[in-house]
Design a protein around this ligand. Structure first.
Ligand SMILES: Nc1ncnc2c1ncn2[C@@H]1O[C@H](COP(=O)(O)OP(=O)(O)OP(=O)(O)O)[C@@H](O)[C@H]1O
Length: 734
């Protein structure tokens, strides 16, 4: 294309995109007006109004996300048809809803991501706009359908992956690559596993898949929402803007530690303890621990009825316990059966004692009368109730698990490893979360307790409502008799109470996050290699339809309880009906850094393949050996140097080195510059030390440095040895 031709086309493209923004502004103003209209409605019920307001606010939010990069490309088909591709769709309502702009998720937009010179998908040309704010700066073209031409013009991609990182991950709708697009749009409804080395875009792809599913299966997904599980709150912050920037809000983000609403994780388990708790074998321990809470009295308990005293002894309790266990009900549900049988057995003893010498079961009527009276008396007998509650207590997951951890005797009785002992049973760890969740189902609910609580709530509400009715009556006394419509004539206090029960005004994500029994339409699990067998049970309970996008990298596994292969993880739930896809290109780490990380990977996981970097940065990573007393200054030097540059940086190190954070805390994150301190100690810290160091080395998008006091581990090769930096000035490391 001649310069003049290019300028002419650029002018036309600018005019088209400007017209798209004008349309967006008009639609936005109209959506705002509809939203305010919905807010002010008086002729509909509050419930209808609320639904309408929610729907209108969603519509306005969808249009709000498109302020930057509304349109980022154009496709020209062989048929002569032209489509513009953008973050949202804009349509011509007066012309059969012809699209002015195609949503990137629409099927017709797919060739924009997957067409190549060799496989043009009936397209002639792909054009990518380079934009700033609302303005198109320039564009690049790729001619499709001429095998032998460059595979894909990657100017836009290279610009995106080379840019300094700002606050958190950005969406990549403008530069999704073909291997990623295939995964994002994959039609498989069950478990999809996406594996790939560091920086291959697993997280980004999973989030775009969520946006895609919400777009294509809006009906189902927006009722149940999507759950995204990540490794840490920092990570959730890092990815937290991607989906909102794509206009999606029906998504709950959490860590595995946050899966039980209201529970606070305050402690960390040793790797071996985490492994024990993460294994399915812990289920036997939990069942045995519950059985151990169905006790026999060590000494007979005297039950005093004034005239007679009988003993609640081990023999009697054992009979009642057997009856309750034989029902097969869960612990809390079977409590009532246990109590009922125990009281009957005590009653038999009481009647036998009272009637000693003058009454036998043969005197049926008298015997039955007396027994009924005794049963009534025993049902209200405080000492007996207390004794039975102690022998078969109503348990919550917490009141089962905390005392178990605190008692070597209980641990032994449950067949648990003594390593599970801890002095403060309630110092919950991440590995306790799936156990507590499991216990909700293992213990069952105590209906009697729940009914009593519900009754108390209903009574309190009814009392409030009758107060309201009194006030209404006072108001109506002043009205004309004929038109008096006294509320009381129409409604009882209970009915009114029901109407006062607050409607749930929280949006879907809030309601879902607060509800342990919520089931999601889709679940994304990031860093999935870290999850234990017990973690998977929790997640499977949250998504009975088994619609999962699971992303991970077995080579990066750090947790002793994590996965060593995917098959065994999913076999219990979906057999072999899960789908596997691999990502192979590293969009984060430049080739120079990946050479170092790849050499380490080859040593500790010879079968794993390091991903290939999409770019080089022209700077070799460096290492510097420092004396003991120089380490802190060297870290400061790095930080000072980085403070003068654009982008983000981090210092990663083994536990206990001041000024560093553990590599595990940086899982899934990325920084423009990374300093790894004492790699030898990271390597030596436990069986998964090499994986931890691999994670640390692969966090950098531009610059990597290594500081060490001990000799550099042999596994670290390819680093340029840096000299001692001058103590003033900038950029002294290389
Ligand atoms: N198609 C793309 N266009 C632009 N940037 C991309 C593309 N794919 C991935 N990236 C960028 O590459 C970086 C790495 O992506 P991401 O964090 O999703 O990788 P990951 O596979 O989850 O890595 P890790 O396993 O190390 O956590 C991110 O900055 C992401 O935005």
């Amino acid at each position: 294309m001649s310069n003049q031709g290019y300028d002419e086309e650029l002018r036309e493209e600018r005019a088209y995109v400007a017209a798209l923004y004008e349309r967006l502004d008009r639609e936005r103003a109209a959506a705002q007006a509809r939203y305010h209209g919905a807010l002010g409605q008086t002729e509909v019920s509050p419930g209808e109004r609320e639904d309408d307001v929610r729907c209108r606010s969603r519509e306005a939010a969808r249009l709000d996300v498109a302020d930057n990069g509304l349109c980022f490309g154009r496709l020209d088909a062989l048929s002569g048809e032209t489509s513009y591709i953008g973050r949202i769709g804009l349509f011509d309502a007066e012309n059969d809803y012809e699209p002015f702009l195609l949503d990137w998720r629409a099927p017709a937009a797919r060739p924009f991501y997957v067409a190549t010179a060799a496989r043009p998908e009936n397209m002639r040309r792909r054009r990518q706009f380079h934009t700033m704010g609302r303005r198109v700066l320039d564009f690049t073209d790729e001619v499709l359908g001429r095998p032998g031409d460059a595979e894909r013009g990657d100017a836009a991609l290279l610009a995106a992956v080379s840019a300094p990182r700002g606050e958190g991950m950005r969406d990549l709708v403008a530069t999704i690559q073909a291997e990623q697009d295939e995964i994002i749009r994959l039609g498989h409804a069950g478990v999809l596993v996406v594996e790939g080395g560091p920086g291959t875009g697993k997280t980004a792809v999973a989030l775009h898949r969520v946006a895609y599913l919400l777009y294509t299966r809006r009906e189902r997904m927006s009722r149940s929402g999507v759950l995204v599980v990540g490794p840490s709150p920092l990570f959730l912050d890092h990815i937290g803007r991607v989906l909102p920037s794509l206009g999606e809000s029906d998504v709950v983000f959490t860590t595995t530690g946050g899966l039980v609403p209201g529970l606070r994780v305050t402690a960390e388990d040793a790797p071996e303890v985490a492994r024990l708790k993460g294994s399915l074998e812990i289920l036997d321990v939990l069942e045995a621990a519950i059985a151990d809470r169905q006790q026999l009295p060590a000494e007979p308990v005297p039950i005093d009825l004034g005239d007679v005293v009988v003993a609640l002894d081990a023999d009697l309790v054992a009979q009642a316990r057997l009856k309750a266990r034989e029902t097969g009900l869960l612990h809390n549900e079977a409590r009532a059966i246990f109590r009922e049988h125990a009281i009957e057995l005590v009653a038999d003893r009481v009647v036998a004692k009272i009637g000693e010498g003058w009454l036998t079961p043969a005197d049926r009527l008298l015997w039955a009368d007396l027994r009924a009276d005794v049963l009534d008396e025993l049902a209200a007998h405080e000492a007996l109730t207390a004794a039975l509650d102690g022998l078969w207590p109503c348990l919550t997951p917490e009141t089962l698990l905390a005392p178990l951890y605190e008692s070597p005797r209980r641990l032994e009785a449950a067949g648990a490893d003594p390593a599970l002992f801890r002095a403060d049973g309630t110092a919950w760890t991440v590995s306790d979360v799936p156990l507590l969740d499991e216990l909700v189902d293992l213990l069952g609910r105590d209906d009697a307790e729940e009914r009593a609580a519900a009754r108390r709530r209903a009574e309190a509400e009814a009392e409030y409502a009758s107060g309201v009715m009194e006030l209404m009556k006072l108001d109506t006394e002043e009205l004309d008799e004929d038109v008096q419509l006294v509320a009381e004539d129409l409604l009882g206090a209970e009915d009114l109470a029901e109407r006062f029960v607050e409607r749930d005004h929280r949006d879907l994500a809030e309601r879902a996050a607060a509800d342990r029994d919520w089931t999601y339409g889709h679940v994304v699990v990031d860093e999935a290699q870290e999850l234990s067998e017990m973690d998977w049970r929790v997640l499977m309970r949250r998504c009975p339809s088994r619609s999962f996008t699971v992303v991970g990298d077995l080579a990066q596994r750090r947790s002793a309880a994590g996965a060593t292969a995917w098959g065994p993880v999913f076999a219990p739930y979906v057999g072999d009906r899960w789908v596997y896809r691999e990502l192979t290109v590293n969009y984060r780490t430049p080739a120079e850094i990946m050479t170092v990380a790849g050499a380490l990977l080859a040593r500790f996981a010879p079968d794993a393949r390091a991903p290939e970097s999409v770019r080089a940065c022209g700077t070799r990573p460096w290492s510097r050996r420092v004396a003991d007393d120089e380490l802190a200054d060297a870290i400061d030097d790095f930080l000072r140097d980085e403070a003068g540059r654009e982008g983000t940086s981090v210092v990663l190190g083994p536990p206990g080195v001041p000024g560093t954070i553990p590599a595990a805390a940086a899982k899934g994150l990325e920084f423009d510059a990374v300093l790894v301190v004492e790699p030898g100690r990271i390597l030596a810290a436990g069986p998964r030390g090499a994986a931890e160091l691999y994670v640390a080395l692969t966090r950098a998008t531009q610059r990597l440095g290594v500081l060490h006091r001990d000799p550099l581990p042999a596994a670290l090769t390819g680093l340029a040895e840096a000299g001692v930096p001058a103590r003033s000035g900038h950029r002294r490391f290389l």
